[in-house]
Design a protein. Structure first.
Length: 285
């Protein structure tokens, strides 16, 4: 028997389905069983066989019901009786359908091996029904006479000594008797007692009395702070005169003389040399 390993890689899953052996291909051809049939047989899914009546639940041919005529394990498809189409050349062919789109409505039990499979699947379902816990029964209510008995160690009062039947009769009478609420007498407002002016003034005047504000005693720190605030406000109110200083005239800078070295005399200032002018000669002379 070939061992199989599960994988989350879709490439490996496709490869496993394509290269699966016959006994695993048969299991992959399983289909859903109808609810009423599953309850009687004890199996929700079972592999399809030739002769099973089947109903299509999804796709273009939804609602079609027919018998399985052929099963193709190589391509994982099922062919139903009556589900055909015509080709261009006029020949009719059966339409292939995947088993996941199909619901089994009736089983073909001609094979003894298939009967054994259903019996094996039905055993755990029956065992689960047997082991199911029964519903808890309600406790029987105690009679009123037993319920009225006081517990040991409690003080017995006069009300407890009265028979239970009398108490029940009193309770029934109280329930039947209509409950009448006592109406409080309404005092009539007398307008004649008070003059109109006082009535109007009472309506206009505020209901809540306002308490007079009491000035807090001054502390030396608080008095100093108030004086500072007053002086600031007075200074802000006085217009400030901006004094404009006169612009100073820039004096011409005198050229710095080179400082003379010690032990040397300063050179005397040279007199300006006069240019020699030559007299102009007349032309032709």
């Amino acid at each position: 028997m070939q061992k199989t390993r599960s994988s989350k890689d879709p490439r490996k899953q496709r490869k496993f389905i394509h290269n699966a052996p016959a006994h695993i291909r048969h299991k992959l051809m399983g289909a859903n069983v109808a609810h009423d049939l599953a309850a009687s047989k004890g199996a929700k899914t079972i592999p399809l066989r030739k002769g099973d009546t089947v109903r299509i639940m999804r796709g273009d041919h939804k609602g079609f019901e027919g018998k399985v005529s052929r099963i193709d394990l190589k391509s994982y498809r099922v062919y139903l009786e009556g589900l055909t189409r015509e080709k261009v050349d006029g020949t009719t062919i059966f339409l292939p359908i995947h088993p996941s789109k199909v619901q089994i409505r009736n089983l073909n039990l001609d094979d003894k091996w298939r009967k054994a499979i259903l019996e094996r699947k039905a055993k755990p379902a029956k065992a689960a029904e047997r082991t199911a816990k029964p519903t808890p029964k309600k406790k029987a209510e105690k009679p009123a006479a037993e319920a009225a008995k006081p517990k040991p160690g409690t003080q017995v009062t006069e009300e407890m000594k009265e028979p239970v039947e009398v108490k029940e009769e009193i309770a029934e009478v109280e329930e039947k008797a209509p409950v009448v609420k006592e109406k409080k007498p309404v005092k009539a407002k007398s307008i004649e007692e008070k003059p109109l002016e006082t009535v109007i003034m009472q309506e206009i005047a505020p209901k809540t009395e306002t308490k007079p504000k009491v000035a807090k005693p001054r502390t030396p720190r608080r008095a100093a702070a108030e004086k500072k605030k007053e002086t600031k406000t007075v200074e802000e109110k006085k217009p400030t005169e901006q004094k404009v200083a006169p612009a100073k005239q820039a004096k011409p800078r005198a050229a710095k003389k080179p400082a003379a070295k010690k032990g040397t005399k300063a050179p005397a200032a040279k007199a300006p040399t006069k240019r020699k002018t030559t007299p102009k000669t007349e032309e032709g002379t």
